[in-house]
Design a protein around this ligand. Structure first.
Ligand code: AP5
Ligand code: MG
Length: 214
């Protein structure tokens, strides 16, 4: 099963993608996580990506597309995968479609997690991410067992650099301008499925399972 997660920054794409990956035993591929790992490791890609990410802007398509196409060609993706944060522009979607078509494949679902802008800023200010493994929590909605310690690996939790309210506002503008058109794009492809992202995390997941099947 090949799935794309669509939705505004903070809609819960990563939260739901992790649950999908665990239930259906497919890899979770987050371009944001790949860039953050590169930034942490001080790679050239990380240095380039950081200048855009810190401003709330998209990293140029040419730095993203090959990276994802290479990743989905790896052995562990043979039964499918869940893409989180990619594609994010129409050109990225077209490149993905072309790359898959050349292998006789196509995406199965684009799950659009719908959350209004008003809810997003509050959500982002409460999000905490693990510096070591990238696991994501929320002070109110998805707290850790021990304050500021990652449940998964024991690492410390931080507020992401791009989760400051002014940067979140910019990311929302960029989302509406460059990524939202993908909703119509995948509706036209016949694979769009909308889910309400404002309800409890487990209820959102139950909606997604209804779409994907047990
Ligand atoms: P990326 O990391 O993809 O960030 P994003 O799309 O802005 O989305 P987020 O990760 O912020 O939110 P999310 O939807 O995953 O929400 P989460 O599950 O964490 O990208 C970062 C940057 O990298 C981009 O700005 C860009 O610069 C660059 N980039 C990445 N991919 C790119 C690409 N393809 N092209 C170009 N540039 C690219 O949830 C948010 C919070 O809410 C959490 O605290 C969570 O616990 C909580 N929460 C989740 N669901 C619920 C719920 N139902 N109720 C209450 N709280 C909830
Ligand atoms: Mg995410």
């Amino acid at each position: 099963m090949k799935i794309i997660m669509l939705g505004a920054p903070g809609a819960g794409k990563g939260t739901q993608a992790k649950k999908i990956a665990a239930k259906y035993e497919i890899p979770h591929i987050s371009t944001g996580d790949i860039f953050r790992a590169n930034i942490k490791n001080g790679t050239e890609l990380g240095k380039k990506a950081k200048t855009y990410m810190d401003q709330g802007l998209l990293v140029p398509d040419e730095l993203v597309v090959d990276l994802v196409v290479d990743r989905v060609n790896q052995e562990d993706c043979s039964n499918g995968y869940v893409l989180d944060g990619f594609p994010r522009t129409i050109p990225q979607a077209e490149s993905l479609k072309k790359a898959l078509a050349s292998m006789g494949q196509e995406m199965d679902y684009a799950i659009n997690v719908e959350v209004p802008d008003e809810n997003i800023i509050h959500r982002m200010s409460g999000r905490r991410a693990c510096v070591d493994c990238g696991s994501t929590y929320h002070l109110e909605y998805a707290p850790t067992k021990e304050e500021d310690i990652c449940d998964n690996c024991g690492g410390s939790l931080i507020l992401r650099d791009d989760d400051k309210p002014e940067t979140v506002k910019k990311r929302l503008d960029v989302y509406h301008e460059q990524t939202q058109p993908l909703i119509d794009y995948y509706a036209n492809e016949g694979i769009l499925r909308d889910v309400d992202g404002t309800i409890d995390i487990n209820d959102v997941f139950a909606e997604i399972v209804k779409v994907l099947g047990e």
